[in-house]
Design a protein around this ligand. Structure first.
Ligand code: NAD
Length: 292
């Protein structure tokens, strides 16, 4: 039975680590700064909640991170209390955070020097699929490392796609979220206009869902989180903005015309500045309705 260290037990990481633990194929050391998540009664017996990162590092054959952004992943590996010096040679590091493709390559180079192999494996599907273990997992890295990770990833994902070399999972992830964010925003704008014309909001979303204008947000977010005014999808607006800004930086670095996307990214940033800190990303549609 191999040992896994899992760092970052938030909206996504907590159910993902629970799914890893369920099959009882591994001993799992779990860590988060939020000590509430480390209560023993939350976990089955093959899980060791620890508030000591070095204990997690020395005991792990595989280390998984599911953290807000790359700066925190870097901090965990080589910050003041970083785990890098405690890892065994040959450890496999899997970063399942949504992060930055270029900085992931840099992180990989640093880890390689210490004998640690990195793959990036960001996820899509939200909290619902994190709980059901049906996430899409976008994996970048060398084939042998990806193959080594596969049995672990299949415990959390329904579809695992090897996207190419290290960082490519992150490139695909931020571009996926750009498409998702822009799709949500354009529907929010169209909805404001439909409402002004006198069409009922629920009716308009039904129109899209039975017509060619539908997308993931019309099917899975508008009735559920936006028109219900629950705004509780479990994915924060600042995390969405981090991802779409990463996409813009990538476009700039590779000199791709991004004029349409840039307009969407600017409007998302404006919404974040005007809304409450830490709000759910679906709040942008409520914000848009009030603009009109
Ligand atoms: P979250 O904020 O709910 O969870 C992050 C967790 O990391 C928190 O529990 C926090 O306490 C912990 N943390 C922060 N700094 C830490 C540190 N230095 N050491 C240990 N733990 C630390 O975020 P989330 O929604 O679970 O997202 C995690 C990652 O997954 C992000 O990169 C996000 O963009 C991505 N993601 C989220 C969703 C979603 O629907 N929520 C979907 C796909 C991808």
């Amino acid at each position: 039975m191999s040992n896994i260290g899992f760092i970052g037990l938030g909206n996504m990481g907590f159910p993902m680590a629970q799914n890893l633990a369920k099959e009882k194929q591994h001993n799992i050391y779990v860590f988060d700064l939020n000590i509430e998540t480390l209560k023993k009664n939350l976990w089955p017996e093959n899980v060791v909640p620890t508030n000591d990162l070095s204990e997690l590092a020395t005991n792990s054959d595989t280390v998984i991170t599911c953290l807000p952004d790359i700066s925190i992943v870097q901090e965990v590996y080589y910050g003041n209390k970083g785990i890098l010096s405690n890892l065994k040679e040959g450890t496999l590091a899997i970063d399942m955070s949504s992060s930055d493709p270029h900085l992931t390559i840099e992180l990989g180079n640093t880890l390689t020097k210490m004998g640690v192999d990195l793959i990036d494996a960001p996820v899509s599907g939200g909290v619902k699929k994190a709980i059901s273990g049906e996430l899409a997992i976008l994996v970048g890295g060398d084939k042998p490392n990806v193959e080594k990770a596969m049995p672990t990833l299949t415990l959390m994902g329904g579809k695992i796609i090897h996207t190419g070399s290290l960082g490519s999972g992150q490139a695909c992830k931020c571009l996926n979220n750009l498409c998702s964010a822009t799709g949500l925003l354009v529907v929010a704008e169209a909805l404001s206009l439909a409402e002004k014309f006198g069409v009922m909001p629920d009716t308009f979303i039904d129109v899209l869902n039975y017509s060619s204008g539908k997308n993931n947000s019309t099917e899975n977010k508008f009735h559920q989180f936006i028109l219900s005014e629950k705004f509780n999808s479990g994915f924060r607006m600042d995390l969405m903005n981090k991802d779409i800004l990463t996409a813009l930086n990538l476009a700039n670095s590779l000199k791709v015309d991004f004029s349409l996307s840039k307009t969407s990214i600017d409007k998302w940033k404006r919404a974040e500045n005007e809304l409450e800190l830490g709000c759910d990303h679906t709040e942008i549609a409520g914000w848009q309705r009030k603009l009109s």
